[in-house]
Design a protein around this ligand. Structure first.
Ligand SMILES: [Zn+2]
Length: 142
């Protein structure tokens, strides 16, 4: 629910970029944001749609034009949000994932994290291990 998204997002960023200067905290903020926000909706909403993520990405690119630092910071958040969709398995719900292309109605889908039920327990353990692993990788890369 939490460690799963933290662990998978930072491990992915480390695996892809091998950059200890990367804004990992902002990636984590992005990775936790969709559930943290939509838990108040009571169902999965636009932040579990790939289309929304692409739209946010485009807005970030436009708004931060010519401002390199704020662009890289905001992109770190958006990348975290993308990774949330991946590790949430959001793509398994086609209607939610392609909203609003798949139709404007959301349907009443609960957040994938609640659908997983007890599967969240091993995922949290894996997430904790990934956090430890990534931390060690970052520390050992001098
Ligand atoms: Zn989610």
């Amino acid at each position: 629910m939490i460690l799963w998204f933290i662990g998978t997002s930072i491990a992915t960023i480390w695996f892809v970029f091998h950059d200890k200067q990367f804004a990992y905290r902002l990636v984590v903020a992005g990775a936790l944001a969709p559930d943290a926000i939509e838990i108040f909706l009571g169902h999965a909403g636009p932040l579990h749609s790939l289309v929304t993520m692409v739209a946010i990405m485009v807005v970030v690119m436009l708004v931060t034009y010519g401002r390199k630092k704020s662009r890289s910071e905001m992109l770190a958040v958006v990348i975290g949000m993308f990774l949330h969709l991946v590790f949430d398995g959001a793509f398994t719900n086609t209607k939610m994932f392609w909203w609003p292309i798949s139709g404007l109605q959301f349907g009443d889908y609960s957040l994938p994290v609640f659908d997983r039920g007890l599967v969240n327990i091993p995922l949290e353990i894996i997430g904790a291990l990934l956090i430890l692993w990534t931390r060690r990788q970052i520390q050992e890369s001098t």
